[in-house]
Ligand binder design. Structure first.
Ligand code: RIB
Length: 302
């Protein structure tokens, strides 16, 4: 079984679906509420698990009802949660998400306990890093922690994936520890500081700063991978979009699984794009993440 370690955030998401996104200072009423589990790290762990990998998650939740529920739900998915630390120092991370009729979202996050996922907590789980075929991080936890994990994963011979979301203000000075960097278009442009212009140009600029391969996700248009061997483009899968929340997490979880399975890049990108597309067809983050059978049916319709 492919082994995937995710190090990252775990949240509770309060999701309101409305006809349109509110403008600053505006109240939009008439929505419906969904409370679901989220956080980019936990979402990617669930995505990888549902696609068939053995998965461990290192994260930090609060010593509160939300934290217990998040941890229990991850364990029920079959994810190793020994590295999901419970802290009395902060509440479980919470995201407020508004989704419009076209499935577009706005997300505001109170990181809470995610900020307390310190380097020393993760160093205490170094056996998880040594265990993994693929180690994947995002940027909802402290940068120092992410940098240590990626460096240690490289030292242990694992493949490293960094989903640089959300893009932080400080520059990322550890891109040379990243085998696969997976920004969306906006993130690629911000990280490249406007260099390059289009996604391919931004990817080239980020590769020049040390990232091994850069995979730019393009929403419904698929993905573009830039590697030492050249460019690979994969088309998106047309679906009826309900809620795009966690589409990127589905993509990243699937990519981690495909890399751990040692699939060729084109096949890995198709699996990831199909998983991302399916995540758009249902509401919420973790409730929307597809199974391997669902992804298989989209890739090869009967
Ligand atoms: O990528 C989607 C996720 O971003 C949500 O689940 C929310 O918790 C935020 O972390």
């Amino acid at each position: 079984m492919p082994r995937v370690l995710i190090v990252g955030s775990a949240n509770v998401d309060l999701v309101v679906a409305t006809s349109r996104l509110p403008r600053p200072g505006e109240t939009v009423s008439g929505g419906t509420l969904l409370v679901a589990h989220g956080g980019k790290g936990a979402n990617q762990a669930v995505a990888a698990r549902r696609l068939g990998a053995e998965v461990r998650l290192i994260a930090c939740v609060g010593d509160d009802g939300s934290g217990s529920a998040v941890r229990a739900a991850l364990a029920a998915e079959g994810i190793g949660v020994e590295g999901v630390h419970v802290t009395a120092g902060a509440a479980t991370g919470t995201a407020l998400i508004v989704v419009d009729a076209e499935g577009r979202n706005q997300i505001a996050v109170a990181p809470g306990a995610n900020r307390l996922l310190t380097r020393s907590l993760v160093e205490a789980r170094r056996e998880d890093v040594a265990w993994a075929d693929v180690v994947a991080c995002q940027l909802e936890t402290p940068l120092e922690t992410v940098a240590w994990v990626l460096t240690e994963a490289r030292r242990c011979g694992a493949t490293t994936v960094l989903n640089p979301a959300p893009v932080p203000d400080p520059p990322l000075d550890f891109l040379d520890t990243v085998d696969y960097l997976t920004p969306n278009e906006g993130e690629a442009s911000r990280l490249a500081g406007g260099a390059g212009g289009d996604p391919a140009g931004a990817a080239a600029a980020l590769r020049a700063r040390g990232a091994g391969a850069v995979i730019v996700t393009l929403g419904g248009a698929g993905a573009l991978a830039c590697t030492a061997e050249g460019e690979t483009r994969v088309q998106g899968y047309p679906v009826a979009v309900v809620d795009t929340t966690a589409a990127g997490d589905a993509f990243n979880g699937a990519l981690a699984v495909a890399l751990a399975e040692r699939r060729p890049l084109g096949a890995a990108l198709r699996l990831a794009c199909a998983a991302g597309a399916l995540a758009c067809t249902r509401r919420g983050a973790q409730p929307s993440l597809p199974t391997r059978a669902e992804v298989g049916a989209l890739l090869e319709p009967p």
